[in-house]
Design a binder for this molecule. Structure first.
Ligand code: 5GP
Length: 124
């Protein structure tokens, strides 16, 4: 399976995105289909397909995504009111782009639980 996703094309500027943050190892941009008044995606520039593919050596990089979330929340003024960061994994988690990303959602009181119209599975 090819590792190339739409997010690689956003990193290389082959396709446009509304980029709000960039550094050597991460990029953040507005989600094309926002689920809250603020809906940003924070991605590593290194392509890692899913949480299941995160290696021990990626620990610092993945932690950095949360540091970026915190910086954006402070810079955009919603850190105190609150926000949610979510990383979906594979089909049951709702992942559709196979390049790990934190969803950063803010600007509205968010709901819980996160599922709708699905029956629980036997796990474990
Ligand atoms: P996932 O479902 O994998 O957790 O999240 C993927 C997210 O990427 C979705 O919220 C979707 O709206 C967003 N997305 C998919 N394609 C594009 C795109 O081309 N540009 C941007 N900005 N967001 C995208």
């Amino acid at each position: 399976m090819s590792n190339t996703t739409i997010f690689d094309k956003i990193i290389s500027r082959e396709i446009d995105a509304d980029i709000v943050y960039e550094d050597d190892s991460a990029l953040a941009f507005k989600d094309i289909n926002p689920q809250a008044p603020v809906h940003l995606l924070i991605i590593p520039k290194k392509p890692i397909a899913t949480i299941n593919d995160i290696a021990e050596d990626d620990r610092e990089l993945v932690g950095h995504l949360f540091v970026v979330a915190r910086k954006i929340a402070q810079q955009h003024g919603f850190a105190k009111d609150g926000y949610r960061v979510v990383m979906n994994c594979n089909e049951d988690g709702g992942q559709s782009v196979y390049h790990i990303h934190l969803h950063l959602l803010a600007g509205q009181t968010l709901g819980w639980p996160p599922y709708a119209n699905s029956a629980p599975k036997q796990v474990g």
